[in-house]
Design a protein around this ligand. Structure first.
Ligand code: 5GP
Ligand code: MN
Length: 337
């Protein structure tokens, strides 16, 4: 952080703090938020974590989860009250207020000091303090860096460590993606030294499936995964009926898009699912092919070079057609190396 001295002064006396995640928070968004909340509480701040929407059941073990305010579920006026009264608002794991819909407008209007902690590409500049690094594998890692820069590493306990470790583990695909750097292992090692339990966190996040979720996975792999070798592309489409058939809950489709990318020679994998309120796209790529660019340019989204998301207000079929029609424009890039 550039003005770390100013930030240290800001948090040197008790403040009313709100921490916000992006819509449908993942383990990094929620883990970094609850880790940061745990730390700020130890510094005697009053802290409220607010998520714009609900999140997967496999994240609810995180210490501090029971105090999270879910904007869409709990009365929005309550969240508005917290935001209007806040002295400091932290925005974690997203870089554009647009991604948190109405909450974003409340934040923009609020007189609170804003702090961005994020690793996504192309941030909006709305924050007074930024802990922003696109080379970081996870926001959790940036929260760890920030606590260390403030000089408070000693306050990191096992609860904070487990939350941050969860973000680090998932955003690196369990230490497998190209963002798995020396620094990632250093932070992971430091968190384990402070009490994070890798085996427990991994079990809680990856191995607590419902049978329906596994059946959905089987159905997707056998019936829904399409491969276009001529474009080195795989894609999955999921209708509301498909999701209903397997009693799909928030988070049940997480990770499915990665199966496409696990196929030999595939460079681009996309999952297009009908979420009723809109059509959601999840995009993954290998190497230099930028799904961030694709999501940003064509699907009102963004993210990272190799993992991005977006949405449309078209129908599912129209969205699939739009995606397929784009592929010839990217053919040369997809077939390179
Ligand atoms: P996922 O496909 O898992 O939802 O998201 C992959 C990555 O892209 C994550 O880092 C996520 O934060 C980001 N992402 C997902 N949807 C959007 C979106 O609509 N806009 C932007 N800017 N980023 C997104
Ligand atoms: Mn993240």
């Amino acid at each position: 952080m550039q003005n770390i001295q100013g930030f240290k002064e800001l948090i040197s006396s008790p403040k009313k703090v709100v921490i916000l995640t992006h819509f449908k928070p993942d383990a990094d968004a929620l883990g970094s938020s609850l880790g940061l909340a745990g730390y700020l509480k130890k510094r005697h701040h009053t802290v409220k974590v607010i998520t714009p929407s609900d999140y997967p059941e496999f994240l609810t073990w995180m210490p501090g989860n029971n105090d999270v305010l879910i904007f869409q579920k709990d009365r929005p006026a309550i969240a508005e009250g917290y935001i209007n009264n806040a002295d400091v608002i932290f925005c974690l794991d997203f870089s554009s207020l647009k991604r948190i819909n109405e909450l974003g407008e409340m934040v923009a209007k609020s007189a609170a000091i804003k702090v961005l902690v994020d690793h996504h590409l192309e941030p909006e500049s709305f924050a007074h303090y930024e802990q922003w690094d696109t080379s970081a594998a996870s926001t959790a890692e940036l929260v760890y860096d920030l606590i260390r820069e403030v000089g408070d590493e000693a306050l990191i306990d096992s609860d904070i460590s487990n939350c941050l470790y969860a973000g680090l583990m998932t955003d690196t695909g369990s230490f497998r993606h190209p963002n798995t750097t020396h620094k990632v292992f250093q932070v992971a090692s430091a968190l384990v030294a402070k009490g994070a339990d890798p085996s427990k966190v991994s079990k809680l996040i990856y191995d607590t499936n419902s049978l329906e979720r596994l059946r959905l996975m089987g159905f997707v792999l056998s019936e829904k995964l399409q491969v276009l070798p001529e474009y080195r592309t795989a894609y999955i489409t999921l209708s509301t009926e498909d999701l209903k058939k397997f009693g799909s809950q928030t988070g049940d489709t997480e990770g499915l898009v990665n199966y496409g990318l696990s196929i030999k020679n595939i460079k681009l994998s996309v999952m297009i699912s009908d979420r009723k309120e809109n059509i959601k796209l999840s995009l993954r790529s290998l190497g230099d092919f930028s799904v961030n660019e694709m999501a940003r340019k064509h699907f009102d989204g963004g993210g990272h070079k190799n993992a991005a998301g977006g949405q449309t207000t078209l129908t599912l079929d129209q969205t699939v057609k739009k995606f397929l029609d784009l592929l010839p424009n990217y053919k040369e890039e997809l077939l390179k190396d």
